[in-house]
Design a protein around this ligand. Structure first.
Ligand code: GLU
Length: 446
């Protein structure tokens, strides 16, 4: 590869951005950013029947959601436009004519066929798969093994993928093609066309296949789903980015949790593996949780808020500071934003607590003890801070022949309506003394 790196992501707008596409886009982006090059977005919309503007928009939105910005593209322009294949018909016609004029192609039944000449060695070095050799007579074959000339322009006047991709990659100055390994088989066909037109071929790097946990090709359920569905399931863009970057690659230092900037810093295309990568949702959950832990609290709040609203909560009376601090109090619980929104619901509204808990299990003698304690805590604990409350509690139970369990269990239930929560005094501190009193009063515990 010579000159500044120019790579491209070339999706067909026949569906939303799914995990496989996002993975390819991400590796192109990493390569461009790592090498100070350009990342180009080209829309391959020659399948007129299946391509839609809505899918194109959804792909662009999906890339933005992932934090993958591009330097040239249909929405941005650039020196090598247009960036939609449907707008580049002149180029496809021009080079088809050249091939026809030079006797390298012929017309039949209204289509243009590229003549595959046998006896040519086709070699290329793949950054991932190493040196690959093919013979031209094997590049495109019929079922019986005989050579099959390559259709470059179809009867309807549209170019085929293997032809348009060559014209575009060449005329757009692409010097490194990074795409899924399912395209290795197409590369010899493309090399024949580069050669016939006298174009210098780009470098190639094919990415390993992504398999479902069952080791089978990704099904619709397993990742062929749009990246937005990952958002709805509670995954952060940072989490999905981190997870996808680790499919087929890992940093030399073994670091597992990283930011985009760190990934750019560490990325090395030659360290990409050939082995198929398995889409492991447990790993995604783990990475997502770690990314939530290191996220800026206000940014985390921004992604949690829609989930709370969807759960029907009214957030109008609660400050951003209070809500962000409540999330912080959760101490890294929850693997997805959706889970975190659910687990922390009692900080947003007491209604959910009331719906879950009725305090009917508290025996009369226990009630008398805890009432005494909660009254003391509310009125005598000088500072409403977790460590101070804990200290106060320890002294009180020692003096009153009670136990942590006896006084804290009903307190946790009354404040959260849950069996499991962060430390009960942390929860109490976050809710504030008045709100704690209100909740305890409701349960007749003060
Ligand atoms: N439009 C093709 C695809 O989505 C692009 C393949 C390539 O990168 O050459 O598979």
């Amino acid at each position: 590869m010579t000159g500044k790196a120019r790579v491209r992501f070339a999706p067909s707008p026949t569906g939303s951005l799914h995990i496989g596409g996002a993975h390819t886009a991400l590796f192109n982006w990493l390569y461009a950013r790592r090498n100070g090059g350009s990342f180009i977005l080209r829309i391959e919309d020659t399948d007129m029947e299946r391509s839609t503007k809505e899918y194109e928009q959804s792909i662009l939105d999906g890339m933005r959601w992932m934090g993958l910005d591009w330097d040239e593209g249909p929405d941005k322009g650039g020196d090598f436009g247009p960036y939609r294949q449907s707008e580049r018909m002149d180029l496809y016609r021009k080079y088809a004519k050249q091939l026809l004029d030079e006797g390298k192609a012929y017309e039949k039944d209204g289509a243009v066929f590229f003549k595959v000449v046998p006896g040519k060695e086709l070699r290329f070095r793949d950054e991932v798969y190493g040196n690959l050799d093919f013979k031209s007579e094997n590049a495109s074959v019929n079922h019986d093994g005989t050579i099959k000339d390559i259709v470059i322009m179809k009867r309807d006047g549209m170019p085929t993928y293997n032809y348009a991709v060559v014209i575009d990659d060449y005329t757009m100055g692409i010097n490194m093609v990074i795409r899924g390994e399912d395209h290795i088989i197409n590369t010899p066909k493309q090399l024949l066309i580069y050669d016939a037109l006298g174009f210098e071929a780009p470098g190639f790097a094919h990415l390993p296949m992504i398999l479902g946990k069952d080791k089978k090709k990704l099904s619709k359920r397993q990742g062929a789903t749009s990246v937005f569905e990952y958002n709805d399931m509670g995954y952060l863009p940072d989490g999905v980015f981190n997870f996808l970057a680790l499919l087929g690659w890992s940093p030399k230092n073994g670091q597992e949790i990283f930011s985009r900037e760190e990934a750019v810093e560490m990325f090395d295309i030659s360290a990409v593996t050939r082995k198929a990568a398995v889409l492991d949702m447990d790993k995604l959950n783990h990475i997502n949780q770690e990314q939530m832990k290191i996220m800026d609290p206000m940014k985390l709040l921004a992604v949690i808020r829609p989930f709370w609203i969807e759960m029907g909560f009214d957030l109008s009376g609660l400050s951003d500071e209070y809500l962000a601090s409540a999330l912080h109090t959760m101490g890294g619980r929850g693997q997805t934003t959706k889970q975190l929104a659910e687990y922390s619901d009692y900080f947003v509204t007491f209604d959910v607590v009331k719906a879950r808990y009725d305090a009917s299990e508290i025996k009369e003698e226990t009630r008398a003890v805890v009432k005494k304690f909660y009254n003391a805590l509310l009125s005598e604990c000088a500072e409403w801070k977790a460590d101070k409350m804990e200290e106060f509690t320890k002294e009180w139970i020692a003096a009153n022949d009670s136990s942590m369990k006896e006084v804290c269990l009903p307190l946790r239930w009354a404040l959260t309506g849950r069996k499991v929560s962060p430390g009960v005094f942390e929860v109490a501190e976050q809710l504030g003394r008045d709100e704690c009193r209100r909740r305890l009063e409701y349960y007749d515990l003060v």
